[in-house]
Design a protein. Structure first.
Lengths: 319, 267
């Protein structure tokens, strides 16, 4: 074995320049496909959005007049824009808050030696494998006014037929249910992964001290997995601020007919992302839509940032 | 203890029931839906409804398109992410940390921010209405690169690479003979996750494609957004479009879940 370094040196010397080139330059070649594609289809569109938003840019004319911040000014005075902001926040809170509490609780239940562990995990993720389109089509049927299963079940308790898609509150509840169904299990698995990294001894000591399961969850688990909670809260917030497919399909498949970009006849569930889609791809007002995209981005950063600060400060006992 | 099992059984029920019920509706006739109480068991109309799906929209073409798009994206993502992940995890070069940081940072930028220019770009390239518009931008992504970087920096021993160097491997030789075999399990998980998300992708295909050359999801949304509410038709299509994925998931669920949970701890 002692002759090994010598052999290495000899070989390296023999190959000389070509070897140096290989070691110094080839790493760039390996990351190049990623970086090039990323710049072309990731970074460039982001920067270009800002450029487009400063112009009067429609599909109809080839001239794109520079208008400065005019698109932004119009947006801030646009009632439909603020309606979309409200709907996004409302659906976001309704879908995310209960979902995360439920996900933590489910992860807590699974974080013990259990039979059928794999079965439980697979069925938790099953909704997440289902496509958005499938989810909305299925739930639109379940939430149907006349023959939906949910109204049928509610009628056992004496409730009348609810027209879920028609009202603001009811449509937000219906959409939030779809989002929750699709993402709760996924987040539960992420929490479960974090919980499994918590040292067992902590729980054993707590059990000896007579702490109940719920106390252990509050005093040990939650503080220990706080980084993961922060991560999931931020990721879920970013996702919730961009909801589009659910409302877009919901209005299409609940009989409103045709394009669903308005988010219901009274815009009762048009989200921000759907507003951008309506301006960009049904009215082809790209400048206005691009400006709306940027404001949406600002909103995402703001809300995600606020949630980040709140979750980070939260002490275990609060949750 | 008993309460825990009861709760979890309830979770299994709520996860599976909507899917089950969609099959029930898909196998019935439209008139059966108006019954009170609603039907809770599958009927015998499933194949008739499915053939109606194929008559209403170009569903065979949609299935073919989806298989090709999701398949080629998965292969490309697996390969290019492993390539870049190897460089980020194990090779030393100037600017490595800065580039890695940028990669991670972009994972938090909402994808929809760039959708207008991306569309304009596709118009310029004359790729609208074609599968290029779906495949090319998705050939590699920040998540995949990050995922493989994490895995390789943990699972690939430095000694193995040094031994390869001693044996006279070039960097490419190392990648081919040492890195790829080690990366295979993680790359497989990444491939399955990518396939599922490419198969389920809806919004971007809706924007750039036309109803006469759709993917499965675009075809399904066409089915669901008719002027007449034909739930049976929509759900029969949904069943056929979702089934392949549920099968893949049933077969490899354990590995997929492992991959998600591993990625999560690192994140």
């Amino acid at each position: 074995m002692s002759s090994l370094p010598l052999a290495v040196a000899r070989r390296r010397h023999r190959r000389g320049v070509r070897h140096t080139l290989d070691v110094r330059v080839s790493p760039y070649a390996y990351v190049a496909p990623f970086l090039l594609l990323f710049c072309a289809f990731g970074l460039f569109p982001l920067a270009y959005t800002a450029w487009v938003s400063l112009h009067d840019w429609t599909l109809l004319s080839d001239e794109h007049a520079f208008v400065g911040a005019a698109n932004y000014a119009t947006l801030l005075a646009d009632g439909y824009f603020w309606n979309a902001v409200f709907n996004t926040l409302s659906i976001g809170v309704l879908s995310t808050a209960p979902q995360l509490v439920l996900a933590i609780w489910l992860a807590h239940l699974l974080n013990r030696p259990l039979r059928f562990q794999t079965l439980f995990r697979v069925s938790l993720l099953l909704p997440n494998v289902t496509s958005v389109v499938a989810v909305v089509v299925i739930f639109s049927q379940l939430f149907g006014r006349d023959f939906g299963l949910i109204n049928w079940v509610l009628s056992w308790f004496g409730a009348g037929a609810v027209d879920w898609a028609a009202g603001t509150a009811t449509s937000h509840v219906a959409l939030s249910t779809m989002i929750m169904w699709r993402w709760t299990g996924y987040n539960a698995l992420i929490f479960l992964a974090a919980m499994q990294a918590v040292p067992r001894e902590l729980y054993e000591a707590a059990t000896l001290d007579g702490a109940s399961g719920f106390t252990q969850l509050r005093r040990i688990t939650l503080p220990m997995i706080r980084p993961t909670i922060v991560f999931v809260v931020v990721v879920s917030t970013i996702g919730a601020m961009q909801i589009i497919a659910e409302p877009l399909l919901f209005s299409a498949s609940t009989g409103a007919g045709g394009v669903g970009a308005s988010g219901g006849p009274d815009r009762q569930y048009q989200t921000l992302a759907l507003f951008v889609y309506e301006q960009g791809f049904t009215k082809f007002d790209f400048g206005y839509a691009a400006a709306a995209s940027w404001l949406m981005f600002v909103a995402v950063v703001l809300v995600a940032g606020i949630n980040y600060l709140i979750t980070r400060r939260m002490r275990g006992g609060l949750a | 203890m008993r309460l825990r099992y009861l709760t979890l059984v309830a979770v299994v029920f709520f996860s599976a029931f909507p899917l089950y019920y969609s099959v029930v509706v898909a196998s019935r006739h439209n008139s059966a839906l108006a019954q009170v109480p609603p039907p809770l068991l599958p009927g015998g109309n499933f194949f008739a409804n499915v053939s109606r799906v194929f008559d209403t929209v170009p569903f065979a073409l949609a299935l073919l398109n989806s298989v090709l798009v999701a398949g080629s994206i998965s292969v490309a993502v697996m390969f290019l992410s492993t390539l870049a992940g190897f460089a980020f995890a194990k090779l030393r070069f100037r600017g490595r940390n800065a580039l890695l940081l940028v990669t991670v940072a972009t994972m938090t930028v909402p994808a929809q921010l760039g959708i207008i220019p991306l569309y304009l770009l596709m118009v310029k390239l004359e790729w609208t209405g074609t599968m290029y518009a779906l495949v090319v931008p998705a050939l590699v992504n920040a998540f995949g690169v990050f995922f493989m970087t994490q895995f390789l920096s943990r699972a690939l021993p430095g000694e193995l690479l040094e031994a390869g160097r001693v044996d006279g491997c070039t960097t490419w030789g190392l990648f081919w003979h040492v890195v790829l075999p080690v990366a295979r399990p993680a790359a497989a998980v990444l491939g399955m996750l990518t396939f599922m998300s490419a198969w389920n992708d809806y919004f971007w295909p809706l924007v750039v494609l036309t109803p006469d050359n759709p993917t499965v999801q675009v075809a399904l949304s066409t089915l669901a957004s008719g002027y007449v509410n034909d739930y049976v038709l929509g759900l029969a299509g949904t069943a056929v479009g979702t089934l392949p994925l549920v099968l893949v998931f049933a077969l490899f669920g354990r590995q997929i879940i492992g991959g998600i949970m591993q990625g999560a701890v690192k994140g």
